[in-house]
Design a protein around this ligand. Structure first.
Ligand SMILES: [Mg+2]
Length: 388
């Protein structure tokens, strides 16, 4: 341990509230075949100091995340100095050995540090920019006709890029959707593609797993169509396959990493040459500040960072601060798939819902810390369990 902690920033309490948040309409996630989603779980975590500053974060999971925090994190953080996140990151890493990943807790500690400093986190970290170009991330598999309609709306809303899901039994059906959008909108919309091949959620069977030849064929077709990136074409630990695929394409970027965990795994992805664009998530993959270190490794290797953000509004904003603090950020994921999962559903726990400006950029909140303002009334209404 270093110098004695100033008493006012010592952690006094960690409280977790499990929320079951409703979606406005049925949502059929492309990554969960036959799944119909009506709501999603979030565990809201508040870290309170003796001096009364509260750091906020949230896990993507429900009770399993709350139990993991309660058992493996809270006992080791109470009494520690919240404003020294770097000295505490080991607690979050060790928790994953026995429990649900809780890297998100580092967000709460930096939220406290920012509030004490009176600065938004991205400015504490150097502020490469104060806004990041967003892409509209869709989440369902839809017909070419419906996607063309969607993309007309997406352009009208001000987005400059869209991400589509490739999950059909025959990938040629997915490619036809890209062709239809290109025919209708030309180059007015950059097109990104996500195949979600890196891993399947437990219990969501029936997923069409691509072989290397399928991934190769799709990549060449997407290159022909001027697509920006292909995301997760192969399993997340198939380093050799990803490298082999990346070696054979030229203008198409390979993206991935949302399901990889820890600094060492990202170093491996960089050293093995798997991706052009790394997509770690400050809620899922590693601590938010630790991802700045991953970003530095990526920068030196000539790679880009585009955080995964499809968790909740708190995760979206934390990843936005991260992206704005590094020079090598790419398109920023903005989940928005009406009617089931519009961006307002993702950010329903926040008073002000993030939205793009007139140029299609997300502006980083200027409030101290990460700038989370919680809708307490909504949160209390949807709380199904409390820990700590
Ligand atoms: Mg993805």
């Amino acid at each position: 341990m270093g110098a004695a902690s100033p008493p006012e920033t010592r952690i006094r309490r960690i409280r977790s509230r499990v929320l079951d948040l409703p979606l406005p309409a049925e949502f059929r996630p492309a990554w969960g075949r036959n799944e119909i989603q009506h709501s999603f779980h979030v565990t809201l975590i508040e870290v309170e100091t003796v001096g009364g500053v509260v750091g906020i974060t949230a896990a993507e999971a429900g009770r399993e995340a709350a139990v993991s925090v309660d058992r493996f994190v809270t006992p080791h953080l109470i009494g520690q100095d919240a404003a020294r996140p770097e000295s505490l990151i080991g607690v979050m890493r060790d928790a994953e050995i026995l429990g649900s990943p809780v890297y998100c807790v580092e967000i709460a500690l930096w939220d406290i540090a920012g509030k004490i400093a009176g600065l938004p986190v991205y400015k504490m970290w150097g502020a490469a920019t104060d806004r990041v170009a967003a892409y509209c991330a869709t989440g369902e598999v839809r017909s070419a006709e419906r996607r063309v309609e969607d993309c007309r709306r997406i352009v009208a809303e001000g987005f400059k890029a869209v991400k589509l899901r490739f999950h059909s039994d025959d990938p040629r059906d997915d490619i036809r959707v890209v062709e239809a959008i290109r025919l209708d909108l030309g180059d007015r919309l950059a097109i990104l593609v996500d195949a979600n091949q890196a891993g399947v959620l437990p219990g969501l069977g029936g997923h069409r797993q691509w072989t290397f030849p399928i991934a190769m064929d799709v990549a060449l077709e997407l290159e022909r169509l001027g697509v920006t990136w292909l995301e997760e074409p192969l399993p997340r630990h198939d380093y050799a396959g990803l490298r082999r695929l990346r070696d054979r394409i030229h203008t198409l970027q390979l993206a991935g990493g949302e399901n990889n965990h820890g600094m060492h795994e990202f170093r491996l992805l960089i050293e093995e040459g798997c991706y052009d664009v790394l997509q770690p998530d400050a809620v899922l993959s590693e601590g938010v500040y630790q991802l700045r270190k991953v970003a530095a490794l990526a920068e030196a290797a000539g790679l880009l960072i585009a955080p995964h953000t499809w968790t909740h509004g708190i995760g979206l904003l934390a990843n936005l601060h991260l992206a704005a603090s590094i020079p090598n950020h790419s398109w920023f994921e903005f989940p928005h798939e009406p009617p089931g999962w519009p961006s307002t559903a993702l950010s329903q726990m926040l008073v002000s819902k993030p939205w793009i400006d007139g140029d299609g950029y997300l502006n980083v909140p200027e409030r101290p810390g990460f700038g989370f303002e919680l809708d307490e009334e909504l949160i209390e209404h949807h709380t199904v369990a409390t820990y700590g």
